[in-house]
Design a binder for this molecule. Structure first.
Ligand SMILES: Cc1cc2nc3c(=O)[nH]c(=O)nc-3n(C[C@H](O)[C@H](O)[C@H](O)COP(=O)(O)OP(=O)(O)OC[C@H]3O[C@@H](n4cnc5c(N)ncnc54)[C@H](O)[C@@H]3O)c2cc1C
Length: 379
């Protein structure tokens, strides 16, 4: 199917699903487990596998298709957590399993991922240290039959739902530099235990948990991608992909907020002064621009197989969303909208969404600043 046909199909099917199955379900904002019936309905309506090749049962869609679907899930459904869980499933399928999976791994996993029969969680971050290789303690040793992994991971999106984990572990340390590798482990792998679901204050009902690995055994075939290459090929690029693709649901959440604002103003029959009309017009323009930016960033991923130039776009997006939210909160206070739970849940989740890996983003901006001031700069 041509991309334009896919976008049209997404607009129709994802909007219908979001309106009928997500919008108005205020109870989702209290749940630490993903509602099983929502997952099943997504699977029944074939909303998974947008980026997976047709031969494995997917839609063969590009990154814009995924970003657009994420945008619609939140703009029409009003729940960022549902969109985040769906998005992680999609991006792990496209950028980790489709891209780095062996033929055997692809054949075994992609058809089931397309049908939503299974899902996979990326397990990179460790308690208190994030996913930086310098501080990573989870390690894998080579054994006769495969690998033995020891360590602990946390904050794993979709961990409580996951049938498999992609575990990032140190496999060598050469003069203070750690080399990482990625392993696909089923949730019932010997030595792997899944911790209780975490009660995060944001992004519900997207479920999170940790895993503990005590002499966890996986076979030789469970290596994902090249041995020792996971930092450069998987962890770093995936951070960029995740930041880029989440721009879709976040820009959708921004639209949802504006719609809720209009609903409250209309319901209260408020008379707006010229300044307020001007501010609302300005926020609507900005929402449209942020949506366009999300689509352009997704397109850049498709046009650059390795190292897509999305950093400036994702960093600018974060900053603009943060400024947008300050102005949005100002209006909410002015119209006494703080008691509207739907609006306030979205406000909280957008703040949470742009905070993920915010230290990493700050470091990137700092590096850009240093490079700008570097004497070797020629222009
Ligand atoms: C909602 C959410 C979902 C995530 N999903 C995944 C995932 O699927 N797989 C994965 O490997 N990593 C995941 N992470 C971890 C994330 O990718 C970063 O590694 C981590 O957030 C560290 O980045 P940072 O230093 O910029 O801190 P920030 O992201 O700015 O941290 C924000 C806050 O989140 C909490 N936090 C986040 N990570 C940790 C941690 N490792 N230990 C203790 N507290 C922490 C702390 O309260 C911290 O103040 C997730 C984090 C969050 C918040």
């Amino acid at each position: 199917m041509k991309n334009i046909l896919i976008y049209n199909k997404i607009e129709k099917e994802f909007a219908g699903f979001a309106i009928n199955e997500i919008e108005g379900h205020d109870e989702f904002h209290q749940m630490i487990q993903f509602p099983a019936e929502i997952w099943q309905k997504m699977a029944d309506q074939r909303l998974f596998g947008i980026g997976i090749n047709k031969k494995f049962g997917g839609w063969n869609g590009d990154s814009q298709a995924i970003a657009l679907a994420g945008h619609i899930l939140t703009s029409h459904g009003g729940n960022m957590g549902v969109a985040m869980t769906w998005m992680m499933h999609e991006i792990i399928s496209k950028w980790l399993i489709s891209k780095y999976g062996s033929r055997k791994q692809q054949k075994e996993l992609l058809p089931r991922l397309s049908r939503g029969e299974i899902t996979i969680s990326l397990a990179a971050s460790e308690p208190n240290t994030g996913a930086h290789p310098k501080y990573m303690r989870t390690a894998a040793e080579i054994t006769d039959a495969g690998y033995r992994i020891n360590g602990e991971k946390t904050y794993l999106t979709n961990g409580p739902l996951a049938d498999f984990f992609i575990i990032i572990a140190v496999t060598a340390e050469i003069s203070d530099q750690k080399e990482l590798s990625a392993f696909i482990a089923p949730k019932d792998a010997p030595g792997l235990s899944v911790t209780d679901a975490m009660n995060l204050s944001i992004l519900k009902p997207s479920p999170h948990c940790g895993i503990i690995l005590k002499d966890c055994i996986v076979g030789k075939d469970n290596l994902l991608g090249a041995f020792g290459d996971a930092h450069e090929k998987i962890v770093k690029p995936f951070r960029e992909i995740e930041d880029t693709m989440m721009m879709g649901p976040i820009s959708g959440g921004i639209y949802y907020q504006l719609l809720q604002l209009r609903r409250i103003i209309t319901k209260q029959n408020l008379k707006l002064d010229a300044d307020m009309i001007l501010e609302l017009g300005s926020l609507q323009c900005e929402a449209d621009a942020l949506h366009a930016l999300a689509m352009v960033a997704a397109e850049r991923i498709d046009h650059h197989r390795d190292n897509p130039p999305v950093g400036p776009l994702t960093l600018f997006f974060r900053k603009q969303v943060s400024d947008f939210q300050d102005r949005m909160i100002n209006i909410i206070v002015k119209i006494s909208g703080e008691t509207d739970s739907r609006l306030m849940s979205m406000v909280k989740d957008i703040a949470g969404g742009i905070r993920i890996a915010s230290n990493v983003s700050k470091l990137k901006v700092q590096r850009i600043g240093e490079s700008f001031m570097s004497p070797v700069r020629s222009t």
